[in-house]
Design a protein around this ligand. Structure first.
Ligand code: ADP
Ligand code: GN1
Ligand code: MG
Length: 362
């Protein structure tokens, strides 16, 4: 991280319509995509200022309009102790600002009193995360999906992700293919059936909803004390999608006994206990608005989102780490290994997962 970045963030902070100067400014959180700064103003108020990743989000205007519309829809419909993300406008009344280099910046009020967990520590917290995302689904069930921009086209199109993996293998731009032969084989051998849910979407079997599309645990805030859902974060990828993708992506990340980038695979297991906890929270909020086909799709969603994310990590490793932030050269390879291990254990537990989902349907 170059030293001038906090300075740049402080400079951008002045373009937003707030009182005071930035007193403190530091890099914040563990997101893989944007650059996030915690700003403390000299009057004590805190803000989250983000430089949006322009490589990942080619249509920043669409993304920001989506976020503004969705947060406005949610605000006022939450329980009193909960919060919706709240954008701070620029001095010119805009919802984001573009700097001299063409990069987009936006600012949120800091949501205080909460925690963002990097890993599931206990089933109770993960149930709360399930409640938060289930509630998010329910709150947006009457939002007109067709008015939203597709923030990243074909984001959860698993066959397309496989195609990108194949292209990365073909190019082998960094000479990394030979060292990743086992992982490549693990993913390619599972390509059959990768289109199960996207096909059901095309066929109209699964309805298109407004979904979050990035439901990992550190994209939700729980109340620091009560551990109840406080705020759903990271709305960049809110767009029309499948409920199974939201359910599945959350399971991918949170129903593991280890971190997404754990290097010791013996520590990585798919936890049925965590799976059940999330399913219970999620279904308690939105099961009654889901169709039979959607409920049936949830378990496939968990496996496919894990497979897809792992294939994305592997493709990014082979392409030279252009998409996800990495801390060391094999970081994406390590991440793709944990995902594959989880996929395999989900395959072994498919019937039990289905039984659990059935248990919580209304
Ligand atoms: P990325 O797209 O890079 O994942 P996020 O929007 O998820 O970026 O932000 C990264 C982290 O910053 C989150 O995981 C959370 O810890 C923190 N964060 C984001 N928005 C807020 C907010 N409004 N209030 C408090 N913390 C936030
Ligand atoms: C990224 O932005 P973040 O860190 O919450 C990614 C997700 C992946 C996730 C893997 C826009 O999420 O799709 O599942 O990393 N977000 C985007 O940890 O690509
Ligand atoms: Mg995030």
């Amino acid at each position: 991280m170059s030293a001038e970045k906090p300075g740049k963030a402080k400079e951008m902070f002045r373009r937003f319509a707030v009182d005071g100067e930035a007193d403190g400014c530091k890099l914040y959180g563990n997101g893989h995509i944007n650059e996030t700064f915690l700003i403390t103003a000299d009057n004590g108020k805190k803000y989250i200022l983000q430089k949006i990743n322009g490589y990942v989000f080619r249509n920043v205007d669409g993304v920001m309009k989506n976020i503004y519309a969705v947060t406005s829809h949610i605000a006022g419909r939450l329980q009193p102790h909960q919060q919706a993300l709240s954008l701070v406008k620029t001095r010119g009344g805009k919802i984001y600002e573009t700097d001299e280099d063409g990069c987009a910046w936006r600012m949120y009020d800091f949501v205080s009193g909460g925690v963002c967990l990097e890993r599931t520590e206990n089933a109770g917290d993960f149930m709360s995360a399930g409640t938060a995302f289930g509630q998010f689904q329910k709150l947006l069930s009457d939002f007109p999906a067709e008015t939203l921009a597709e923030s990243i086209p074909r984001f959860h199109d698993t066959p397309m992700r496989y195609q990108q993996l194949r292209e990365a293998i073909e190019k082998d731009a960094f000479g990394r293919v030979s060292g990743a032969a086992a992982e490549i084989e693990g993913y390619l051998s599972r390509e059959d059936g990768a289109g199960e849910l996207i096909q059901q979407r095309r066929d109209g079997v699964l309805p298109v909803r407004v979904t979050h599309n990035d439901t990992k645990l550190n994209n939700v805030m729980l109340d620091k004390i009560t551990r109840e859902p406080l705020c759903v974060l990271d709305l960049d990828t809110v767009m029309p999608g499948l409920v199974a993708d939201d359910f599945g992506d959350a399971i991918r990340y949170g129903a593991s006994t280890a971190a997404e980038d754990e290097q010791d695979l013996s520590k990585v297991h798919f936890s049925l206990e965590f799976f059940e906890a999330f399913a219970k929270g999620f279904m308690s909020e939105c099961a009654d608005s889901l169709t039979q086909a959607e409920i049936k799709s949830l378990v496939s969603g968990a496996r496919l989102m894990t497979l897809e994310c792992g294939a994305r990590f592997l493709a990014d490793y082979l392409a030279g780490d252009v998409y996800f932030k990495v801390d060391y050269p094999e970081h994406n390879l390590v991440r793709c290994r944990t995902q594959l291990k989880l996929v395999m254990e989900m395959e072994d537990n498919r019937d039990k997962m289905q039984e659990i989902v059935e248990k919580y349907r209304k």
